[in-house]
Design a protein around this ligand. Structure first.
Ligand code: MAN
Length: 361
C-alpha cells in the first residue's frame, strides 16, 4: 500500500446552499476536475433531500416536465429501505432515489483549497432522462474543449450523457452517449490510433456477468462502438468502475478506478461493503492491454470523513491533476464530501507492477 502525501477535505454540505426551496444539501462529492488558467476547476455532484418529510413515509424527489420539484411520499412498509440512497418496492422491485442531484462548479487556485469568493455555477437536470437528477461528472480536456460525461437518472434508466464547455460558465449539451444502465464513463485526453476512446461500465441486468470496465471507440465522441471488456482489470470485488480520466505517463496510461468489496470483519447487521481505489497502467496505444497494476488498493477509507458519512466507508476517485512531483487525486468521501489527496508521482507509478505477458493480453 502506498501512503498519501496529504489529504484535505475540500467541500462539505455546510459550504453549499440549496438549489431551491424545499431541499437541503446532504452531500457534495464525486468531483470531475480540470485545469484552466492556472486554477483547478471542480465540477462536483450536489445531493439534496426534501425538507418536507412525513412519519411512516420516505420522501422521493423528482422533477416534472417543466422542471418543477415534486416529492412523492412512499409508504415505508412497502419498500426495502436497507440502502440509504434508494428505496426498492418489495413486490415490483421498482427503484427510486431518496435524493436528487445536480452539478456545481467550484474553483481552487492551488488545487488544495476552494476560492470562497467565486460564486459556484449550478448545472441543473433537464428533460425526461434527468428527472431523478444528474450525477458523478468526469472531465477530460480534448484540444480547447473540456468534455464532461455525467450520469442521468430517470424512470427511463441510468444513462451517460455528454456536455462540453470552454470556460465552465456556459455549457453545450450533447445528449445521451450510452444507454441504460451505464455509468462511470471516462474519456482519454487524446485519440489513440485514430479513435476517441472511452472506458465505460455497463451494468448487466441478466446476471451472467458482474459489472466490469469496458473500452469503446468513436470518431465523434457521440457514437460509440468496437466495445470490448477489460478482462485483466478484475480485482475480484462486487463491482468496479472507471474513476479518474487516464493520464499519459512514460510507463503507459495511468488510471485510478474504484471497486466495491465486502467490508472485512463487519459485525452482523452492520454495513457489509466499502469502496476502495485501485491503480493500473494501460498500454500507450492499445489500452485494452493492462501493462501494470498495483497488487493492493492505493486508497482505503481511513480518515473519519471517509469511514463515516452519508454512505460509510467510501473513497470514490473521479479527478486527477499533476503538480510538480505529485498527482493530486480528487474523490468523493463517504458520499458526503469532496476531498483531495496527494501521491508521489514516481511512487504511484512504481506500485503498478509490470504484469506477466499472459495476464496482459
Ligand atoms: C455508486 C454510485 C456513486 C456512489 C457510490 C458509493 O457507485 O451511486 O455515485 O458514490 O455508489 O455510494
Amino acid at each position: 500500500m502506498i501512503d498519501r502525501t496529504f489529504t484535505h477535505r475540500l467541500i462539505s454540505p455546510a459550504d453549499v446552499s440549496p438549489s431551491r426551496e424545499g431541499l437541503r444539501v446532504v452531500g457534495v462529492f464525486n468531483p470531475g476536475v480540470a485545469e484552466l488558467n492556472g486554477e483547478v476547476v471542480i465540477v462536483a455532484r450536489v445531493v439534496e433531500q426534501p425538507t418536507d418529510t412525513q412519519p411512516g413515509f420516505v420522501a422521493s424527489p423528482r422533477l416534472d416536465e417543466h422542471g418543477t420539484l415534486l416529492v412523492d411520499h412512499l409508504a415505508e412498509d412497502e419498500y426495502d429501505l436497507s440502502d440509504r440512497r434508494t428505496v426498492l418496492h418489495k413486490t415490483t422491485a421498482a427503484k427510486r432515489l431518496r435524493f436528487i442531484s445536480h452539478l456545481r462548479v467550484f474553483r481552487s487556485p492551488d488545487g488544495k483549497s476552494i476560492d470562497p469568493s467565486a460564486e459556484p455555477t449550478a448545472l441543473l437536470p433537464q428533460g425526461p432522462y434527468e428527472t431523478y437528477g444528474i450525477e458523478d461528472p468526469r472531465v477530460t480536456q480534448l484540444g480547447d474543449l473540456f468534455y464532461i460525461t455525467y450520469v442521468a437518472v430517470s424512470p427511463r434508466g441510468v444513462c451517460t450523457c455528454l456536455m462540453s464547455t470552454t470556460d465552465f460558465v456556459t455549457f453545450h449539451r450533447h445528449g445521451i452517449i450510452l444507454p441504460p444502465d451505464n455509468k462511470d464513463v471516462v474519456l482519454f485526453p487524446e485519440k489513440l490510433l485514430g479513435d476517441y476512446v472511452a472506458i465505460h461500465r455497463p451494468m448487466p441486468a441478466i446476471k451472467f456477468a458482474e459489472p466490469a470496465m469496458w473500452l469503446s471507440r468513436s470518431q465523434n465522441l457521440l457514437h460509440w462502438g468496437a466495445h470490448e471488456r477489460m478482462d485483466a482489470a478484475d480485482v475480484g470485488g462486487l463491482s468496479i468502475g472507471g474513476g479518474t480520466p487516464p493520464v499519459r505517463t512514460r510507463d503507459g496510461w495511468l488510471i485510478i478506478y474504484h471497486a466495491k468489496r465486502n467490508f472485512p470483519d463487519a459485525p452482523d447487521g452492520e454495513k457489509r461493503f466499502e469502496y476502495v481505489a485501485h491503480a493500473m497502467l494501460l498500454h500507450p496505444d492499445n489500452p485494452r492491454q493492462v501493462v501494470g497494476m498495483a497488487s493492493m488498493p492505493i486508497m482505503l477509507p481511513a480518515e473519519p470523513f471517509e469511514t463515516h458519512g452519508f454512505v460509510d466507508g467510501v473513497v470514490f476517485p473521479t479527478g486527477i491533476v499533476e503538480r510538480d512531483d505529485e498527482f493530486y487525486v480528487y474523490y468523493g468521501a463517504a458520499d458526503e464530501h469532496v476531498a483531495v489527496c496527494g501521491f508521489d508521482r514516481r511512487g504511484l507509478l512504481a506500485v503498478c507492477e509490470p504484469l506477466e505477458q499472459s495476464a496482459a493480453v
